[in-house]
Design a protein around this ligand. Structure first.
Ligand code: ZN
Length: 222
């Protein structure tokens, strides 16, 4: 006998716990999350997501800028910069991304600045993979950083009032994924190379110390 009284689909109720990891909050009605996590989900595509701050990106931005100057004539750097340039007018991007690209293009966004913003977020991911959380958060931040090469403007409502508006998190995530697919390999090698450049002198001095321990200068080597 079937028990017709119990529904086969369990509907969310106010008393359910929030689906975000480690949260004991109550679900907002019809949401899997409490108010705080639902808001974060909407803003960053992850209930525990966040926007990387300019402060934590600063050091990576500076390192990337220095290294871009060092490697400015490298074919891969030129190609990556050209790729950013094509994004501005590409008809192949999703429509919602194209809308943002038209905004960037109209405001005169520089492809090299777009690349630098992408590399800064990628650098933070590269050196702090364990600390930045889920992959989707990184992807969202990559797209967001480049889409904000030119800050969002104000819109005027029908009543004539100005209001600021934010970027759509889905658009950030989808563009972030496109960037990872197209520039991920370049960015990973770029940061490996930065690392070598930074650690280069330290590694060389370690190697020198080891060599002297193995064979002191006083020893004759034939
Ligand atoms: Zn919650």
């Amino acid at each position: 006998m079937y028990d017709l009284k119990s529904p086969t689909v369990k509907l969310p109720r106010r008393t359910n716990a929030c689906a975000a990891e480690g949260c004991r909050g109550e679900c907002r009605s019809w949401s899997r999350y409490c108010t705080r996590h639902a808001r974060r989900m909407q803003k960053t595509r992850d209930p525990n997501g966040r926007v990387f701050s300019p402060k934590e990106l600063k050091a990576y931005r500076e390192m990337a800028a220095d290294h871009l100057i060092r490697k400015r004539n490298h074919p891969a750097v030129l190609a990556a910069s050209r790729y950013m340039h094509t994004c501005l007018t590409s008809p192949a991007l999703p429509a919602a991304v194209q809308t943002e690209m038209r905004r960037l293009y109209g405001e005169g966004a520089e492809p090299l600045e777009m690349l630098l913003r992408f590399l800064a977020v990628f650098g933070l991911m590269h050196f702090n993979a364990h600390a930045i959380g889920r992959d989707v958060v990184a992807t969202f931040n990559l797209g967001r950083a480049v889409l904000l090469t030119v800050p969002m403007g104000k819109r005027v409502s029908t009543s004539g009032r100005e209001y600021s508006y934010g970027l759509n998190a889905r658009v950030c995530e989808s563009y972030g994924q496109i960037l990872r697919d197209n520039l991920g390999l370049f960015a990973a090698q770029f940061w490996d190379d930065v690392e070598k450049t930074i650690h280069g002198p330290a590694l060389a001095s370690q190697a020198l110390k080891k060599a002297l321990e193995d064979v002191p200068m006083s020893e004759d080597v034939r």
